[in-house]
Design a protein around this ligand. Structure first.
Ligand SMILES: [Zn+2]
Length: 282
């Protein structure tokens, strides 16, 4: 399947996109690595580092929350500065051309929206919003950042290697003195408005996405290994409905056997023709 030379691969992807009027897009971490946001998995789909925080320990253990927010305080400085790259721009361009039924992203960085895409479902939520788990009050992450810094000035100076989802690699430190703010409305536990590992995706997001799969003519996966079921199920649904599926991903995907077409390239490279066309039109 991937034995074609690279330019031939690109031509096949180009005709796949040309032949299918309405696309259901599913995007993952591979879209954002070129914006400087690291991903979790290597080319074989295996974990690159220790698994991220799980939902239940976060909710049950204040020590887990102190560790999470200490790392997040440092990670936010990098994460909040990320900008959309050519992959986000190429997919936003496809929407302008009326070719996107829906773009479902597993990323929590909001970069598709920042690039101009509007038909977006943030399947796993967004890191720039924080939610109270008791009263559901939502605040902007940048507001909480100020509070975190005010309460923990010495942590605000630290540097560490960036990890996925606004996290950093920070081990061997004593987190016990880290001061985590509670909800200003009710004193409840604050959690980023993203779906943690071990937590389910809100039902209405899944339903919206499933309906779009049925309306679409084909599915295009960009930069995801689909190792997490929350994304894989859309490939299963598309295959069951007889919709052809193409994927752009540097490594193996869990859906490899369902694919009509697989492009093993960086996302921006594989989709660059969309931006070339845009230049020509202008
Ligand atoms: Zn609250």
């Amino acid at each position: 399947m991937s034995s074609l030379p690279q330019t031939a691969e690109n031509d096949v992807l180009r005709s796949f996109i040309a032949q299918h009027e309405k696309l259901f897009l599913l995007t993952g971490a591979g879209c954002s690595t070129e914006s400087g946001i690291p991903d979790y998995r290597d080319a074989t789909g295996a974990w690159k580092r220790a698994q991220p925080v799980q939902f239940r320990p976060f909710m049950q253990d204040s020590a887990v929350r102190r560790r999470y927010w200490a790392r997040s305080l440092i990670g936010w400085r990098y994460f909040s500065k990320a900008h959309p790259n050519d992959t986000h721009r190429a997919l936003a361009r496809l929407e302008v051309q009326g070719r996107i039924e829906l773009l479902v992203t597993q990323n929590v960085d909001g970069l598709h929206s920042a690039a101009g895409s509007t038909r977006v479902v943030d399947l796993h939520g967004r890191l720039d919003v924080v939610r109270c788990m008791s009263c559901d009050n939502r605040i902007l992450r940048k507001i909480l950042q100020k509070e975190l810094v005010t309460r923990n000035p010495s942590w605000a100076e630290m540097h560490a290697r960036q990890a996925p989802d606004g996290d950093v690699d920070l081990e061997g430190l004593d987190f016990s003195s880290f001061d985590v703010p509670a909800c200003l409305v009710c004193g409840g536990i604050l959690k980023p408005d993203v779906v943690f590992f071990g937590e389910s995706v809100p039902k209405h997001r899944v339903e919206t996405a499933m309906e779009a799969v049925q309306r679409a003519d084909a599915m295009l996966i960009v930069g995801s290994s689909l190792m997490v079921y929350s994304g894989y199920r859309f490939a299963e649904a598309a295959a069951a409905a007889g919709k052809p599926i193409a994927a752009v991903n540097l490594g193996r995907t869990r859906a490899d056997e369902l694919l009509a077409l697989k492009i093993t390239q960086r996302c921006s490279e594989a989709l660059s023709f969309l931006l070339e066309d845009a230049t020509r039109v202008r």
